[in-house]
Design a protein around this ligand. Structure first.
Ligand code: SF4
Length: 428
């Protein structure tokens, strides 16, 4: 390993957090430079980011908040996969063109967390130390609100399931990048835009007084990275830690993971897992049917005792679920509180509370009637008018459950056109 002492430690980047999740993955991908699987998904992610950034730049230049024709043009140029993923963003994404400062902007900090390698796009707005970059981030879109001493960073995500940005080091790193470049910034909003869905965003806000915490978080990440390099150069054993990052590991695809024996991600292929899922679902249904019939017929539960003396019982269990009625009924008649308007037991309480606590009523927007029980009563001919009226008032909530499809005659195009089943590298 003599020549390895010269390996330069690359700057901390958004993907470094992900790669250092398993030191072996980092060694294989970064130090040895072996290509990671998932190239197609990675390319798709880049297209989505580039399309989003190009669109924001276009809107800022033309001073428009949206231009669907241009969006379609850019998305079509990015390819069908990216275009399909961007569908949710298309109709709902409005660009705050008056506050766009830059798109696809790379910001770098040196080892003292001071701006370095300042790009032309922001030259003159901060001092460039000219030192080696140690922490680097590329912001999809940066918005400046000088009156509020605030900046907002928008980051596009293609993940099927939205998540909160607060726990990710990316949010802290990007906020730190903005604070250290512009001294006037007191607040940074880091916002994730989940482009598959209409108006699905998650954000976290940082204030200038949090800079020490942000530096500590970024430093800790950098120290992990440096330690992996040091261990590798010293010839120490490199640890392997399994997780969702395994899908991007060259040692997963060539079956050389040092903990292959215990790594749950290596025990079955994904198609074997789906096969097992289908078999298990069928088996479980049948198995439960037989047990239910037995309990019903014999009137007693099924008991299993394990070798530790613990018992498991399959039997009817009496439980009480709680519901909150919308109306009040007495003798089959809806109670009216003033002869005309019905009594709304729970709603009336909420209204009273909101009237007395106007600062604590925002949460009530989450109080809703679930569609499943309501639909059951509306889907009849005699209530079709009411059904339509309710349908017009419905609020669609984006959800992204993962489920097995019904049997299909053909595999849908696009995301399943190769054998890889990895997440988008840009998104990690
Ligand atoms: S496959 Fe093994 S070496 Fe690769 S990331 Fe997973 S645990 Fe680490």
């Amino acid at each position: 390993m003599d020549n390895l002492a010269q390996i330069k430690i690359p700057p901390w980047h958004q993907s470094t957090e992900f790669l250092t999740s398993c030191p072996q993955l980092y060694v294989e991908s970064v130090i040895k430079g072996h290509p990671q699987p998932g190239g197609l998904d990675s390319a798709r992610g880049k297209e989505v980011h580039q399309t989003g950034a190009a669109y924001v730049a276009y809107c800022a230049l033309e001073r428009v908040s949206l231009d669907l024709a241009k969006f379609d043009e850019l998305a079509a140029g990015a390819g069908p996969l990216a275009a399909r993923i961007l569908a949710g963003m298309r109709d709902s994404y409005e660009v705050d063109f008056t506050h766009v400062l830059a798109t696809e902007l790379t910001l770098s900090l040196d080892e003292h967390f001071l701006p370095t390698q300042v790009t032309d796009a922001i030259k003159g707005t901060c001092v460039d130390t000219g030192e080696e970059p140690v922490t680097v981030g590329t912001l999809d879109a940066l918005y400046a609100f000088p009156v509020e001493a605030t900046m907002r960073i928008d980051d596009l995500k293609t993940h099927p399931k939205p998540f909160e940005p607060g726990d990710k080091l990316q949010a802290k790193t990007y906020a730190l990048l903005a604070f250290m470049h512009w001294q006037w910034v007191e607040k940074v909003i880091f916002r994730l835009i989940f482009v598959r869905y209409r108006k699905v965003t998650r954000e976290v806000t940082f204030t200038r007084d949090q800079i020490p915490d942000l530096i500590a978080a970024v430093k800790a990440g950098r120290e992990r990275q440096i330690k992996i390099h040091a261990d590798y150069e010293a010839g120490n054993k490199i640890e392997a830690i399994a997780g969702s990052h395994c899908w991007y590991c060259p040692l997963l695809s060539n079956l050389k993971c040092p903990i292959a024996q215990y790594n749950e991600n290596m025990q079955l292929t994904m198609t074997q897992r789906l096969n097992f899922n289908l078999w298990y679902a069928q088996f479980s249904r049948k198995n439960n049917q037989v047990m239910r019939a037995y309990v019903q017929e014999r009137g007693r539960g099924i008991v299993l005792k394990d070798y530790n003396g613990k018992a498991y019982v399959y039997d009817h269990v009496e439980v009480e679920s709680e519901v909150y009625p919308v109306f009040k009924f007495i003798d089959q008649r809806m109670e009216l509180r003033d002869g005309v308007n019905p009594t709304l037991p729970i709603i009336d309480l909420l209204i009273d509370y909101a009237a007395g606590n106007p600062d604590d009523s925002e949460w009530m927007k989450n109080v809703v009637v679930s569609s499943t029980p309501l639909r059951r009563y509306l889907k009849t001919n005699k209530r079709s008018f009411l059904d339509q009226a309710v349908e017009d008032a419905v609020v669609k909530v984006p959800k992204s459950p993962i489920r097995v499809s019904k049997p299909l005659d053909a595999v849908p195009e696009a995301e399943f056109d190769d054998d890889e089943e990895f997440e988008d590298e840009e998104e990690l």
